[in-house]
Design a protein around this ligand. Structure first.
Ligand SMILES: Nc1nc2c(ncn2[C@@H]2O[C@H](COP(=O)(O)OP(=O)(O)O)[C@@H](O)[C@H]2O)c(=O)[nH]1
Ligand SMILES: [Mg+2]
Length: 227
């Protein structure tokens, strides 16, 4: 008879596309942060040509294959496979503070929240976001607030901690980058949600999203969803 594995309390979902330089470091940080808490790490990979998958599974993550391109697509696939009641997300590029996950998980209970998104804009390390990205973020986040009356400062943050049970009531249609905005709009509209400040670090490895294409796509998406 095998050991009975504890049911995970948190499922950490990480989307990857050629992140061999950083994915192992991110998984190490997650493990260190969560310590004794039962958890699982799901790496949702889209056609990595480097050692991303190998490294992730060597480090103990479950690697899920999602050949269809799209940041939102990857998250939807990961969320379906998550076994825990609480889901936490972050990029595979070592920008987000995995060390904050336990605090954010506790905050769900302490403040009776269903959904937490994070704000990177006030505690960024030098070099973590270019002037172009900061400007793009400002335009997108302002449009987001005007169109949806949702008080979120950083509409593009990809670090969220939430109860998995809310997903069935959220209408998430986009498969690309705009899924990040859609999730926040839906969660703030339908559930008790908050935005919590975090620190943000420079990326390891090359960026996978195209700032102009995804930025404009996100802006178009906001208008489409609203009207
Ligand atoms: N599985 C999967 N992951 C993706 C895809 N696009 C981006 N990612 C991952 O999603 C995260 C966010 O992308 P990133 O390039 O860091 O974008 P940025 O943080 O907005 O500049 C990274 O971990 C990427 O590897 C995709 O199509 N599929
Ligand atoms: Mg990133």
């Amino acid at each position: 008879m095998g050991d009975i594995l504890p049911v995970p309390k948190v499922s950490v979902v990480i989307p990857t596309m050629n992140e061999e330089e950083s994915v192992g470091l991110v998984i190490d940080e997650v493990k260190q942060a969560l310590g004794q808490m039962p958890y699982e790490i799901l790496v949702v990979d889209t056609n990595s040509k480097d050692r991303t998958r190998e490294i992730a599974s060597e480090k103990g993550a479950v690697v899920i294959d999602e050949p269809r391109r799209g940041y939102g697509r990857a998250y939807k696939t990961g969320f379906e496979r998550a076994q825990a009641d609480i889901i936490a997300t972050l990029d595979a590029d070592l920008t987000y503070p995995a060390s904050m996950i336990p605090q954010l998980v506790d905050m769900l209970d302490d403040k009776g929240l269903d959904f937490i998104t994070t704000n990177r804009l006030n505690m960024m390390e030098k070099g973590s976001m270019s002037a172009k990205h900061r400007f793009g973020n400002w335009v997108l986040s302002m449009t987001f607030r005007i169109l949806f009356h949702v008080k979120v400062k950083d509409s593009q943050s990809g670090m969220w901690v939430f109860h998995k049970s809310i997903l069935k009531d959220l209408d998430i249609r986009s498969d690309g980058m705009s899924m990040s905005e859609e999730l926040k709009i839906e969660a703030f509209k339908k559930f008790k949600a908050a935005e919590i400040p975090i620190n943000y670090r420079p990326r390891v490895g090359d960026v996978k999203l195209s700032s102009w294409k995804d930025g404009l796509g996100n802006l178009k998406y906001l208008f489409k969803k609203r009207f």
